[in-house]
Design a protein around this ligand. Structure first.
Ligand code: ADP
Ligand code: MG
Length: 599
């Protein structure tokens, strides 16, 4: 006798439910997506006990006939695709035709639905996936799905449900991020007796962003928009002054679907590059609209991942457009937050020094006893990415930033290695600072803030230098001469293609300015004509910073090293030099222990 049996349909639905129905929010998601697909402009969600006891999703969409309502509960029953080729051009949220069947198999589910213009609606009641009752329903046009007693027939799964607070947290996050992508739909969410949100439909996505992000953050966001033939990017990104400790403020949507996509996430963090500290995350709402045939949405049962046909193209567009928007903001003197950050860092650093005078009084720096700079926050910064949940709108970034900014001064100097590296002790382990990278980064920060504030330190050259350029270079220089002056150079045309430099940024000391001016001009010549000086500014500043520092080995005294660490804090260095090369690395004790096989 054959051992293999075809499973009864109900059991296979329960198996499918294992993937689709993980917890109450999965049900809310599937039902809300059905309501969106039904063309609704109002969706009301109501839950009791975190959704464990009761979930109700009501919409004013096009509803279902009685036959369809009965069919909708069958597995693989969908009105959204018909042929295999449809699978590669999906424009709806659903298409697998298994959500209602799966949910019904692990709960007591009621569908009430009425088509527009029909006198009477239908009500279907199921228990554990079995239809128990079908009748007439008097409701307005649209659909109401109620799900009671989740997992009542699979007690093992019920045990995995978390507390009411956790489950409702997930549900309200879901409703919020869906509302962000669908501004034309009004949403409400009620939990037990309280209304958690009630948002009207609005015509413009920006309005919803402002509505959903409490506090001042929404006002600071930068709008982005980019269009290529079959690819459109739009959304809002935060300026570098907003930095969060977790990635929970990153919302990525592909064709209206919220997804966790590694490619896009990598691209946008790359776009932020030097603008954000390592281990910190921006606030991003990014909507990617792409030809449905270019993206496969059928890679995950809960449809929270997608696969792009040309991931490279999307990656590059996302990172380039984010970087461009940030550069504009960062370097324009009128930029919303120009300089503010540096000021804040300085103030915080001064506060730190005052609080920790004992720390600097002795010959040997002691470790901070109060753990201020070695607490949880610093760990998240130094040892990288801690994923976690964050209440939307609560701004943690600034606190972390302040806690972070005394980091270098709080290190205990051990000594110098190879006249190139400063070795320090932190509470976590060993910190190695690349002195060259650190000086370069400080020079960069100083130049940048000088440009922003138009307060550069210049020094007259003892002997003015004359530089000759090619015709193309000369005209490029002429076009950008005002900006170059703003960097701290006194430069003018000496007739024809010759220019004379009379003063240069004092950071350059006694170095010849010739090479630097040539570098700057070549940077500008490479700039595509559609781009402006500001777009090349960061690269130019990096070049000047690079010229300004002494290369190679140099012995440093303890006092000099300590002084350098303090200056690193004051200049607002984040642990990255402008070339993306780190200025410091940390080797945790745990790693040393591992290498000595102590663990
Ligand atoms: P899918 O959404 O993948 O098609 P579902 O099991 O979620 O599968 O739903 C099955 C079908 O039931 C849908 O294709 C749709 O025709 C119908 N349906 C479900 N919910 C609604 C709703 N709120 N309004 C109108 N029709 C609905
Ligand atoms: Mg569906």
């Amino acid at each position: 006798m054959a051992k293999i049996k075809i499973l009864p349909e109900n059991l296979s639905n329960m198996i499918a439910a294992g993937e689709v129905v993980e917890r109450p929010v999965s049900i809310v998601k599937e039902l809300v997506e059905n309501s969106i697909d039904a063309g609704s402009d109002r969706i009301d969600v109501q839950v009791k006990d975190g959704g464990k006891r009761y979930i109700r999703v009501a919409d004013n969409g096009f509803g279902m006939s009685r036959d369809d309502a009965l069919l909708s509960l069958e597995r693989h029953a969908t009105s959204k695709i018909e042929t295999p080729s449809d699978l590669f051009g999906i424009t709806t949220m659903g298409f697998r035709g298994e959500a209602l069947a799966s949910i019904a198999s692990v709960s007591r589910l009621t569908i009430k639905t009425k088509e527009k213009g029909k006198l009477e609606g239908t009500e279907v009641f199921t228990e554990g996936g079995i239809i128990k009752n079908v009748g007439a329903a008097g409701i307005p046009a649209g659909t109401i799905v109620e799900v009671r007693d989740l997992f009542y027939n699979t007690p093992a799964r019920k045990k995995f449900l978390k507390t009411t607070n956790t489950e409702i947290g997930h549900i309200s996050d879901y409703v919020m991020r869906t509302a962000l992508a669908y501004p034309c739909i009004a949403f409400s969410l009620r939990h037990d007796k309280s209304t958690l949100c009630d948002i009207a439909a609005c015509s413009e996505p920006g309005e919803r962003v402002r509505m959903l992000l409490s506090g001042g953050d929404a006002g600071k966001l930068i709008e982005i928009f980019e269009e290529q033939r079959d690819l459109k990017l739009s959304g809002y990104i935060s300026p570098p002054s907003i930095q969060r400790s977790t990635a929970s403020g990153i919302y990525i949507y592909v064709n209206g679907r919220f997804v966790r996509d590694k490619v896009i996430r990598h691209a946008l963090l790359q776009g932020y590059g030097n603008f954000i500290m390592k281990g910190k995350y921006p606030l991003v709402m990014l909507f990617v609209e792409i030809d449905p045939s270019e993206v496969d949405v059928n890679v995950h049962p809960a449809k929270s991942e997608v696969r792009f046909r040309d991931a490279r193209k999307i990656h590059d567009l996302v990172s380039a457009s984010i970087e461009r928007s940030l550069r504009k903001l960062e370097w324009l003197p009128t930029g919303a937050d120009s300089g503010g950050q540096t000021e804040r860092i300085k103030a915080a650093a001064a506060g730190f020094l005052r609080k920790n005078e004992k720390f600097h009084a002795g010959n040997e720096p002691a470790l901070a006893e109060d753990g201020l700079f070695y607490g949880k926050d610093i760990k998240t910064v130094v040892s990288g990415h801690t994923e976690g949940r964050e209440v939307p709108g609560v701004k943690r970034g600034e606190e972390d930033f302040k806690a972070f900014c005394g980091y270098f001064s709080s290190l205990k100097v051990i000594g110098q290695l190879d006249e190139m590296y400063i070795l320090c002790e932190s509470r976590n382990g060993l910190v190695v600072i690349d002195q060259h990278a650190a000086y370069e980064r400080m020079a960069f920060e100083e130049l940048k803030s000088g440009y922003e504030k138009r307060s550069f330190k210049t020094q007259d050259l003892l002997i003015p230098e004359t530089v000759e350029f090619s015709p193309g270079e000369a005209s490029t220089l002429e076009e950008n001469i005002e900006e170059i002056k703003r960097l701290g150079f006194d430069i003018e045309n000496f007739g024809g293609r010759s220019f004379v430099v009379k003063a240069a940024p004092s950071i350059l000391g006694a170095r010849s300015v010739r090479g630097i001016i040539v570098d700057i001009v070549s940077e500008l010549v490479e700039l595509p004509s559609s781009r402006r000086f500001e777009d090349a500014l960061e690269d130019i500043l990096k070049r000047i910073a690079c010229h300004s520092v002494i290369r190679g080995r140099r012995a440093m005294s303890f006092a000099e090293m300590k002084d350098l660490l303090e200056r690193m804090d004051l200049s607002g260095i984040v642990p990255h030099c402008p070339h993306g090369r780190p200025s410091n690395i940390e080797i945790p004790l745990t790693e040393l222990e591992k290498r000595f096989e102590r663990t």
